[in-house]
Design a protein around this ligand. Structure first.
Ligand SMILES: CC(C)(COP(=O)(O)OP(=O)(O)OC[C@H]1O[C@@H](n2cnc3c(N)ncnc32)[C@H](O)[C@@H]1OP(=O)(O)O)[C@@H](O)C(=O)NCCC(=O)NCCS
Length: 204
């Protein structure tokens, strides 16, 4: 479902394997496929089948304007120019200067190779240094070890746990609440700029 595409660059860095680009209407088919793929959605809030119309509406909303409470960006891997997923800031509270992050690499071939953490670092840099946000949360199902690991790598700490909060594959699982702030993110950005951030060389 992925294809080579030319995209506008919204956020990038020379050391990054990805750049972030605004959502476009041409992305609809990919989101339609990804949001109906149980391998992907078992890690997300999505429970029901999605329709092409819903994905058109979602892309149109995300593409229409920068929104006050949600900013969603497409993740484009640089080598092949492939649109592999999206990442966003949600429930932005300008008063508290807080937000929640969410991400989906829908193209499974790109899991566990550093694309998600590079996208997250670009997003956090934007959130802290351009939007002036101060506290960024992420909630992860306890069985999603890869998501907890990539958040940790990007500077998040576990700050709480909601017991039996997520029902998946016939069982209730804990939800891990993770959070990061500018002071936690600074050393991450430093290592990213220095090119020492990774991904790690170990086999996934
Ligand atoms: C979660 C997601 C965004 C992470 O992006 P990614 O590109 O796959 O992750 P990265 O390769 O950047 O980082 C993954 C880290 O977890 C580690 N990892 C990989 N698989 C793992 C596993 N099963 N358990 C624990 N750690 C794992 C990797 O080694 C890597 O850490 P390292 O670089 O220090 O070695 C992506 O996998 C995804 O979209 N998954 C499906 C949807 C989802 O889970 N969304 C998040 C919901 S909270």
């Amino acid at each position: 479902m992925s294809k080579r595409i030319n995209r506008v660059v919204f956020k990038d860095h020379p050391k990054s394997k990805v750049f972030l680009s605004p959502i476009e209407m041409g992305d609809v088919d990919r989101y339609y496929a990804w949001t109906n793929d149980h391998d992907v959605t078992r890690f997300l809030m999505i429970r029901f089948p999605t329709t092409r119309k819903q994905e058109e509406t979602w892309c149109a909303g995300s593409a229409a304007s920068a929104q006050l409470e949600n900013i969603v960006l497409a993740i484009i891997e640089k080598k092949g120019g492939t649109h592999i997923g999206s990442i966003g800031l949600h429930r932005i509270s300008w008063g508290n200067r807080s937000a929640t992050t969410g991400a989906m690499i829908g193209d499974k071939r790109f899991w566990g190779a550093g694309y998600g953490s590079h996208a997250k670092v670009l997003l956090l840099k934007y959130a802290f240094d351009e939007l002036g946000l101060h506290s960024i949360e992420s909630r992860v199902a306890a069985f999603n070890g890869r998501s907890a690991a990539y958040n940790k790598k990007c500077g998040y700490l576990e700050v709480g746990r909601m017991p039996e909060r997520t029902f998946r594959d016939g069982k209730f699982h804990d939800e891990i609440v993770m959070e990061t702030r500018p002071t936690l993110f600074r050393p991450i950005w430093k290592s990213f700029e220095a090119g020492t951030f990774g991904p790690s060389k170990r086999k996934k």
